[in-house]
Design a protein around this ligand. Sequence first.
Ligand code: KG4
Ligand code: ZN
Length: 345
Amino acid sequence: MAIRHVLGIETSCDETSAAVLRVEEDRTAVRSLVILSQDIHRVFGGVVPELASREHLRTIGPVVERALAEAGVGLSQLDGIAVTAGPGLIGALLVGLMYGKGLAFGLGKPLLGVHHLEGHLFAPTLEDPTLQPPFIALLVSGGHTLLLDVEDWGRYHRLGETQDDAAGEAFDKVGTLLGLDYPAGAQVERLAREGRPGRFDFPRPMLREGYDFSFSGLKTAVLRAVRACSDPGADRANLARGFQDAIIEVLVEKTARAVRDLGRETAMIGGGVACNRTLAFALAKRLEGAARVVVASPRLNTDNAAMIAAAGAWRLARGEHSGMDLEPFDSGPLPGLVGNPPRSG
Ligand code: KG4
Ligand code: ZN
């Protein structure tokens, strides 16, 4: 059966999102995308799982209805339902999963459980259909930092990942040290623009070692610097600048190494931290003449259901579907993750 209209549902963390895609031969159009961000967690400086689940429960129905109405697509026109199955907060995932299962069962349409990171991988294709494997992918979010060689859709080689904190987590923790609200990534980037380069020279962890990352030492170095400052308020922008320069240098170095080692001509950045323009610009500059850099717009990089529907549509079109026994998972590898990458040359 041809897959034309796919409903996507994403509730893995603190965004309740639904989207409708229309799949064409050569491109996929986002007919609607509704993202409801849960503000309540700001007060607590991080996501409170139980509150997240309750908010999802309250809003999932209206969010899905609104996505269908904006798309002008009725339930009977849907050809499949793609829902994030993990990784994420179990209670939060369960809300989207149960809703998706209910719809799929009631309508007699195929259901597909999507891996959240595969959603981030597909996000840029919604704006740039020319993004096709092979390419190097740097997935950087609040929960993950993963460097992949995408040999083909559904065939991913893990090159490296973080040994401790995720890149977004490091941005958020440093933001807290600087007195910023959670999530702090975008505010740290804004502050860093006003900072003086070199005022703080923080370590670049594991810069020369392989493809793995480690950010907890960098975070501790920022903490020490904040404590040592007589007036941290006055140095806030300089601290943000020092931290951002360090983390971006590491991310860029490893991604560029992967592009070179594997001889790829395209690199994509995905996940919430891909909203960081300074990072995208630094990578594009570093790879100038060697590879092009593809980054989706911020709305598609932060958690959203359109990317889940995009990954789901690809798998549904291959005839895959999930059973009604589909369960949420808090961690787990991407489907199609294979061993070591082929070395070029
Ligand atoms: O992918 P995402 O929306 O949620 C997860 O799957 O985790 O990523 C959220 C993360 C947060 O840590 C947030 O601070 C970070 O993305 N982020 C940024 C920027 N915008 C969002 N980090 C750095 N610079 C930004 N401009
Ligand atoms: Zn995400």
